[in-house]
Each structure stands twice: as structure tokens, then as C-alpha cells.
Write a protein that binds this ligand. Structure first.
Ligand code: FAD
Length: 407
């Protein structure tokens, strides 16, 4: 929502240089970096703190992103507790194919559940760096973001009053279902969309991983994925029709499909367990260009959604957050506009590269089950190329790890 002036019933406005809408990985990272540079900011979040600290989503973090967090003093707990992954396994045509990406590139993945990262970031921001945050806010609205005097209003959950916060900048970090993106008028940004026309049943099982690495199963019945999360929790994915009802997937049906789609010569059966999360994600992407409107800077899923096909969304959110926080600090402390001027273009290079890789990988995952023998044939050719050509293997590994230094 956007309007041209603050809500008329509001009391005395608060004032912060930066208002950050959304306490996900993007918003909390921006907030932490600003606080470390003694720039005041306010984070507004619709959910409660316990809720965001327990909301499971991502798990795969790229090495450059962890280094970026580490440089800003935000990775101590992650580095103590995250698992280091150096290979993954493709299963297709009844066989297993290990892909040792760290050996090829010298780069690895970190596995750290998103809710643990969010817990670390909110603790550091609110409890250590003394950052201001309001949880449980309602009806967030942006005002005058195309002027030098923007503001954000919200309903305080305790008093029910509309509050107004005046600021110099708004960081729109409120994810795919937030409101900040809607503050950009039609015609001032272009939104590109792509819909894969498939769904993934996203599952969390109270069960130890069944392999020491990520498994991708390309099967005529549909794609299946196995992603270790911790010693006793594993994320699984099953390709399903878009909009499917999770209730169509009983415990028995889920495990039968997973065993079948991830089955391969010499593979042990999966270790089954209670399903603690079961929801259908419709696979689609979008990109907002530019990611800036006046004093509003979008970051993370608010600006671009990458279906979890290639495990890229949180990594992109962190990349945006590093660039945005540094640019805001440069402007607010040294009146240097370079970072803010170049922010959108600097983010979008990596965003489009990851979008393209997700598209490519989607065909690898879903071609076999498309029902189209031509697509099944080209999928198999792509897979064989990765395992037959060292050059193709290296190119794949670099994209899988986000290793390209220049975007
Ligand atoms: P979010 O995490 O969505 O945070 C936005 C915050 O804003 C939320 O806390 C929300 O409650 C709040 N909010 C919403 N509306 C408002 C409002 N109006 N006002 C104030 N606050 C608001 N990515 C990877 O990189 N690797 C992976 O392995 C991976 N796996 C995934 C698995 C699944 C099942 C899913 C669903 C996603 C996965 N992703 C992965 C994507 C990743 O989770 C997202 O890209 C990431 O959460 C984006 O972070 P963000 O801070 O931009 O947005």
C-alpha cells in the first residue's frame, strides 16, 4: 500500500534514518550492518519473534554469503554449528552419480536451517547491537517514498493505534507476500514473471538424513529431493501438480513415492519418520526492475522470487542486504551516493544469473517426468554431459555454488 501522506489519526511521529520492513534474512542483515556502523534504524515485522525464530525454509547457504556474514560479525554461531557439504548425488535411470563439486572448484556449501540464521540475526540485532524492532505490527503502509520525506505507518498490536515513523529511506525486505513492492506504481518498475506450471510438495521429516549429501532424483513419476538439515531433521521435496492439496499426501503415500523416486542401484532405503511440515509450493519466479523507487529500496524476495529449485533465494537476499546496507551507510555517513545509485544494477546481475540457472536446472529435474519423450531425452543428455565432460561439470559446479565472481 502507498499513499501520499501519513495516516491522519497518527500521534507524534517517530524518526529513524532507515525503516526496514520485514525481519527475514534480508531485513535483519541490513539492520545489523547499519547498527554496527551506528546508523539508527527500525525493523517492522508482522509476525512475533518466536514465530520467525521457528519458521523453517532454506538450508543451503553459499560460501561467499557466509564469508559476507562473517566479515560483518554475523556468522559465529553458524560457523560453530553448520554442516559443510562438498558433494551431491544425482539419481536417474536407476543409477547413482556422485558429483564432487568442492573437489572441482575448491568451494563448498554450508547447511544451516534458515530459522537458526534468523534467530542468530535477531539476537545480534536486538539484544547485542541494541537495534529497534516492533513485532506483530499490522497494516504497514508506505507514504511519500518518491519524496525526500518518506514515512511508514503501522498499527501497534498492543495499543491498536496507528503509528507513523518518518525516515530518510525505506528498505523493503518483507518477502514475497509483503506490501512494499506494491508501493511502486505501475509504470515505474517492470515485473518479469515465469511460472513452471508444476508444484513441489515441501516436506520436513523428523528423521535423520538418509545420505551424507543432497540427493536429486529424476524419475518418470516426478522429481524428488533429499536435503539434510540436521542430525534428526531432513527436508524432502516431491514434484506434484500445482495447487495440489497437501492432504492428498498421506504419510504412506509420501514415503512410498520418495522411496521409489530416490531409489537406485546400491542405495539403501530412506530412513522414514514423522512428517512435521507438509505444504505445496507452486514453482514460479519474478524479478522487479529496477529494485528502487525514490527512497524505497527493495531487497530479497520482495524484489525477486527464485523458486527453491536451485536453493538460491536466501543467498540472493543476503547479497542484496550486504549491498544495500553498505550503500546506505556510505550515503548517511559520507553523503556518497555511488552505492545507492548502483544498487539495483549490482543486485540484478546476480539475480538474473541465478534465475537462468534455476530455469536450466528445472528442466533437468522435471524433463524426465514431463511425459514428453523429447524433453526426457534432452534432460538425460544434460545429465550425461555433466558426468561426461569435465568442462561441463566445472561450469555446472560454478553455477550451483554461485562462484562466478563477476555478475
Ligand atoms: P523472508 O524470509 O520472507 O522475510 C520477510 C519477512 O517480512 C518475514 O519475516 C515476514 O513475516 C515479514 N513481512 C511480510 N509482510 C510484511 C509486512 N507487510 N510488514 C512487515 N513485515 C512483513 N533459499 C536458499 O538460498 N537456499 C535454500 O536452501 C532455500 N530453500 C528453501 C526452501 C523452501 C521450502 C522455501 C519456501 C524457500 C527456500 N529458499 C531457499 C528461499 C528463502 O527461504 C527465501 O528466499 C528467503 O526467506 C528470503 O529472505 P527475505 O528476507 O527476502 O524474505
Amino acid at each position: 500500500m502507498t499513499s501520499t501522506s501519513p495516516h491522519p489519526d497518527s500521534g507524534t511521529p517517530q524518526r529513524f534514518p532507515v525503516v526496514i520492513v520485514g525481519a527475514g534474512p534480508a531485513g535483519l542483515t541490513v539492520g545489523n550492518i547499519l547498527r554496527a556502523a551506528s546508523v539508527d534504524c527500525l525493523v517492522l515485522e508482522t509476525e512475533t519473534r518466536p514465530f520467525i525464530e521457528q519458521r523453517p525454509r532454506a538450508g543451503v547457504i553459499e560460501e561467499w554469503a557466509v564469508r559476507g556474514l562473517q566479515r560483518r560479525g554475523l556468522a559465529d554461531r553458524l560457523l560453530e554449528r553448520a554442516q559443510r557439504h562438498t558433494e551431491c548425488e544425482f539419481r536417474f535411470a536407476g543409477e547413482r552419480y556422485r558429483f564432487e563439486y568442492a573437489q572441482l572448484t575448491g568451494v563448498h556449501h554450508w547447511i544451516y536451517p534458515q530459522q537458526l540464521l534468523v534467530t542468530d540475526l535477531v539476537r545480534e540485532y536486538a539484544d547485542v547491537r541494541g537495534g529497534a524492532v516492533r513485532f506483530g505490527v499490522r497494516d504497514v503502509e508506505l507514504h511519500d517514498v518518491d519524496t525526500d520525506d518518506p514515512s511508514v505507518s503501522y498499527t501497534d498490536p498492543e495499543t491498536g493505534r496507528r503509528e507513523v515513523v518518518r525516515c530518510e529511506f525505506v528498505a523493503g525486505c518483507d518477502g514475497a507476500r509483503g506490501v512494499t513492492r506494491n508501493a511502486v506504481p505501475a509504470g515505474r518498475a517492470h515485473i518479469s514473471r515465469s511460472d513452471y506450471g508444476i508444484g513441489w510438495l515441501a516436506l520436513l521429516a523428523q528423521a535423520p538424513p538418509s545420505s551424507d549429501c543432497v540427493l536429486f532424483g529424476m524419475h518418470p513419476r516426478g522429481f524428488a529431493g533429499h536435503m539434510p538439515r540436521s542430525a534428526d531433521v531432513t527436508r524432502y521435496y516431491l514434484e506434484c501438480p500445482p495447487g495440489d492439496d497437501p492432504e492428498n499426501w498421506s504419510h504412506d503415500r509420501v514415503w512410498t513415492e520418495l522411496q521409489q523416486r530416490l531409489g537406485a542401484t546400491g542405495a539403501l532405503p530412506l530412513t522414514e519418520g514423522r512428517l512435521i511440515e507438509k505444504r505445496v509450493l507452486d514453482m514460479h519466479n519474478y524479478v522487479v526492475e529496477p529494485m528502487v523507487f525514490g527512497r524505497l529500496f527493495l531487497a530479497g524476495d520482495a524484489a525477486h522470487l527464485t523458486a527453491p529449485i536451485a536453493a538460491k533465494g536466501m543467498n540472493l537476499a543476503l547479497h542484496d542486504a550486504f549491498l544495500l546496507a553498505d550503500a546506505l551507510i556510505a550515503y548517511l555517513t559520507k553523503a556518497d551516493t555511488t552505492g545507492l545509485d548502483g544498487y539495483s544494477a549490482a543486485c540484478l546481475g546476480r539475480v538474473w544469473d541465478y534465475q537462468e540457472f534455476s530455469h536450466w536446472l528445472s528442466e533437468v529435474y522435471h524433463g524426465t517426468s514431463s511425459g514428453d519423450p523429447y524433453r526426457a531425452g534432452t534432460t538425460l543428455a544434460r545429465l550425461r554431459r555433466i558426468f561426461g565432460s569435465p568442462t561441463a561439470a566445472l561450469a555446472f559446479a560454478e553455477q550451483y555454488l554461485g562462484k562466478n565472481a563477476e555478475y
